[in-house]
Write a protein that binds this ligand. Structure first.
Ligand code: ZN
Length: 234
């Protein structure tokens, strides 16, 4: 397309950061010098359009070849998400992370390094858990991260959702109060309803099961939250 090519200087898409436009090819496609974020820090010239469409995500060097087997790992996309949020300027989440100074600690900058985190075995067993930063102004590191359920992570979302209970439309907190649910049982109740879609009655009345984990900051039993087979779920 004729006209002035888009200025991509300083932008990062996936692993590639645009340095400068070096011209156009014979089809008038903008050519850009880019640098890859992999340990080799390779610079190369690419067709900008191919980066924008995702046809080219990195320099294609040895590092990426050695990673090929790992990209199918169940946690690879999670790790990549952290990295993209913090370093990919054009990524949708960047504004809330990288742009605010949130970084990934040096040891987690490689996927292998991330896998050495002591919480990884728990995360692999409970893939519904999310990685939460204790202090939101600090970055991703073993010191600042913990595993939580999505309900905790989205603490401010959905709390006002109302459910039909005994002829009223009530929040879960109101239902818990009405039914005199002990405070320590509230989180389990909420998870059963919000995450596992139990009906209110079963979520209230099914007792806590054995094998309570103490591993997580919240006092719920992840395994126990799947409905027992003897209960019918709406
Ligand atoms: Zn590379």
């Amino acid at each position: 397309m004729p006209g002035k090519p888009e200025d991509l200087t300083g932008k990062t898409i996936y692993d590639l950061t645009f340095i400068k436009c070096v011209g156009v090819d014979k089809w008038k496609r903008a050519l850009w010098k880019v640098v890859c974020s992999c340990p080799d820090k390779t610079t190369l010239v690419v067709i900008a359009k191919n980066v924008k469409t995702g046809d080219r995500k990195n320099c294609g060097g040895n590092f990426h070849n050695s990673m090929k087997g790992l990209t199918t790992h169940p946690l690879y996309d999670r790790w990549k998400l952290l990295m993209r949020r913090c370093y990919e300027t054009t990524f949708s989440g960047y504004k809330k992370y990288g742009a605010k100074g949130i970084t990934v600690c040096p040891e987690w900058k490689t996927f292998e390094g991330f896998l050495t985190w002591k919480e990884i075995p728990y995360l692999l067993k409970n893939l519904i858990l999310q990685i939460d930063r204790r202090n939101n102004s600090k970055g991703y590191s073993p010191d600042n991260c913990r595993l939580v359920t999505s309900v905790i992570n989205n603490n401010n979302r959905g709390n006002n959702h109302k459910y039909h209970w005994k002829e009223h439309m009530l929040t879960l907190r109101q239902i818990a109060e009405m039914e005199n649910l002990p405070p320590e049982a509230f989180e389990r109740f909420r998870i059963r309803v919000v995450l596992y879609k139990w009906n209110i009655e079963n979520a209230l009345k099914t007792p806590k099961m054995k094998n309570q984990h103490t591993k997580f900051d919240i006092k719920i039993d992840i395994d126990d939250s799947s409905p027992p087979s003897s209960i019918s779920i709406n």
